[in-house]
Structures are given as structure tokens and as C-alpha cells.
Design a protein around this ligand. Structure first.
Ligand code: BG6
Length: 310
């Protein structure tokens, strides 16, 4: 079916997203439009607005903006943003994220923002010529190709690639990102299609896990830092596609409620790569196991720390 086909198209889709937009050691700032450099030089705050999966990619970018570019960033669901009064900070850039470029709430949020004092607007979008692209000052096309499946897959990962390029560009223009750090990011971006192919090669193992999952009615997805929105996206996908109730949670909040629900009938999916909060995630995994929860952990290849947890 289309969703599976589109999942397998990700290496090619991301290759297309990067095409012509990376130098040997830097991101080409003009990939975001001719006027982008002048705007990125001045930007002091980024407001991201989106819906659904696009919102989750924006949430990931929030961690990146503040850590990598040193620029404050807020993210809001478009249907909330458009119906409330918000205060616009000086030199704020509005970034809308959308696969289709036609989502009514995101479009309404852009139109509202244009009258509210934002310095500029940028759309990261998959459909050239869409309303969002036409009405924004700057645009970055994700080039994922047509996405027919209802639940977003390659559109999500190409958005993330585009967002990391945006963060690198803003960090560069603001003088916050060192040349060496930018070169590292470029290398990581270039490696993405291969990394995704490696993940897709795990399909047989993942299918075996899915067999165990299929008869459950509830599940919890946990992550910390930029993996927290990835956990939310995992939960959203499961709800939308499998009709299994799923909650995405910041792992540190587990003890403030959801832990009461964990038992052998409730799988816990922990996104736990070897990063600065890995030890904290190990603690959360142990707590879930102590409650009898069946933990499925997604971690860094070659790291067997989680296997050895009591
Ligand atoms: C939803 C789709 O209805 O719209 C999601 O099922 C998508 O997959 C969301 O993320 C927002 O759409 P868009 O086109 O604005 O990214």
C-alpha cells in the first residue's frame, strides 16, 4: 500500500531535499529564498506553526533552534495560534510547516501573522504553488514527491532535514554556529539517506515486534529532549494507522500519572539513543519494567546497555 511504499521512498526523498543545497562544509542559505540571508542575519525569535505530524517536526526543531542556532523558538498548533491573542517578539520569523500547503488552520495562522508584526514568514512545504508557498515571503520545498498515504511519512522526515538546514543557516548567519560544527551537521545530513536505508533493513525484526503489539489496546511512547516529539509522532502514527490507543509522553513525566497504567498489557516504546539524557531514559525504562511493562526500546546501533538493564 502507499504508506509502505512511501516509507521506503525516504532515502530518495531526502536525497532530493538535500540536492544542490549543501556546499562541502556549509548549508546554502539561499536555499530558503533570495532574501533569506538578510532576514536570518537579524532574526531573534522563531515562531513555528503547524498541524498534526508537521507540528511534531516543528517540536523537534525547537530543540535544535535553541541548542544549535542559539535562537529562541516557540511551536504552536495552528488551530490554537489562530484563535488567541499572542505577543509578537521583536525580529520574529514565522515558520509554517505543511506537507500540503493547504491546511486551513495553518493558512489562517499565516494570514493572521502577516498582520501582526512578524518580520517575515517562511513556509517549509512539499507542494510547490500551494497557497502557503504563494502567500509566504520565503519558501523551502521539501521535494518529498507526492504523498498519497493519509498519514505523513516521507513528508515528515524531509521536513526534519529541511528544518535542520534552516537551523544551521540561522546559526551561521547569527554567528552562533562554528564552521566546524556546521561542517559536522552537513556531514550528518549527507549520511541520512544511507542511515535510513540501514533502518529500513531492520524491517523483518520490526515486523516480529509488531506481531506482539498487534493485540494490545493501549501503549505509551516515551522520549526525552528532541526524542520527546519523536515519541509523540510514534504515538500519533499508531493511533491513526492501527487504531490502537497510544500516548506520547516526555519520559520524565511518566511518574506523574501514566505510570499507573503500565502493566504487561501495555507496551512501552522508549526512544533512547545514546545521547545526553540516555541515563535518564535508562531509569525510566527500569521503572516501566518494574511495573511489568513490555518495553520496546529504540537505541543506538551496537549499544547493548539496554539489554543489560535489570
Ligand atoms: C492530517 C494528516 O490530517 O493533516 C497528517 O493526516 C498531517 O498526516 C496533517 O500531518 C497536517 O497536514 P499538512 O499538509 O499541513 O502537513
Amino acid at each position: 500500500h502507499y504508506m509502505l511504499k512511501e516509507i521506503y521512498e525516504q532515502p530518495k526523498a531526502i536525497t532530493n531535499t538535500l540536492e544542490g543545497r549543501l556546499g562541502t562544509d556549509h548549508v546554502v542559505v539561499e536555499s530558503f529564498g533570495n532574501g533569506a540571508r538578510a532576514i536570518f542575519d537579524q532574526v531573534e525569535h522563531v515562531q513555528i506553526v503547524a498541524c498534526g505530524t508537521s507540528y511534531n517536526s516543528g517540536m523537534v526543531a525547537r530543540y535544535w533552534f535553541e541548542e544549535i542556532a542559539g535562537v529562541s523558538c516557540d511551536v504552536e498548533i495552528a488551530s490554537e495560534f489562530r484563535y488567541r491573542k499572542s505577543v509578537v517578539r521583536p525580529n520574529s520569523l514565522l515558520v509554517t510547516l505543511s506537507q500540503s500547503g493547504e491546511t486551513a488552520d495553518t493558512l489562517a495562522a499565516l494570514r493572521l501573522a502577516k498582520e501582526s508584526g512578524y518580520m517575515s514568514s517562511l513556509a517549509i512545504c512539499n507542494v510547490p504553488g500551494s497557497s502557503l508557498v504563494r502567500e509566504s515571503d520565503l519558501a523551502f520545498m521539501t521535494r518529498a514527491g507526492a504523498e498519497i498515504g493519509v498519514a505523513s511519512t516521507k513528508a515528515f522526515t524531509t521536513q526534519l532535514a529541511g528544518l535542520l538546514m534552516l537551523v544551521a543557516s540561522v546559526g551561521h548567519c547569527r554567528g552562533h554556529l562554528s564552521a566546524a560544527a556546521e561542517a559536522e551537521l552537513v556531514k550528518a545530513l549527507q549520511a541520512l539517506p544511507l542511515r535510513i536505508k540501514e533502518s529500513l533493513a531492520l524491517a523483518k525484526d520490526i515486523e516480529a515486534l509488531a506481531e506482539e503489539f498487534a493485540d494490545k489496546h493501549h501503549s505509551l511512547f516515551l522520549g526525552r529532549g528532541s526524542q520527546y516529539p519523536i515519541a509523540m509522532e510514534g504515538a500519533l502514527k499508531l493511533k491513526e494507522i492501527s487504531y490502537i490507543h497510544a500516548e506520547g509522553y516526555p519520559a520524565g513525566e511518566m511518574k506523574h500519572g501514566p505510570i499507573a497504567l503500565i502493566d504487561e498489557r501495555m507496551p512501552v516504546v522508549a526512544i533512547a539513543p545514546h545521547d545526553h539524557v540516555f541515563e535518564k531514559m535508562q531509569g525510566n525504562i527500569q521503572e516501566a519494567k518494574a511495573r511489568g511493562g513490555a518495553v520496546i526500546a529504540i537505541t543506538t546501533a551496537g549499544d547493548d546497555t539496554l539489554w543489560r538493564l535489570p
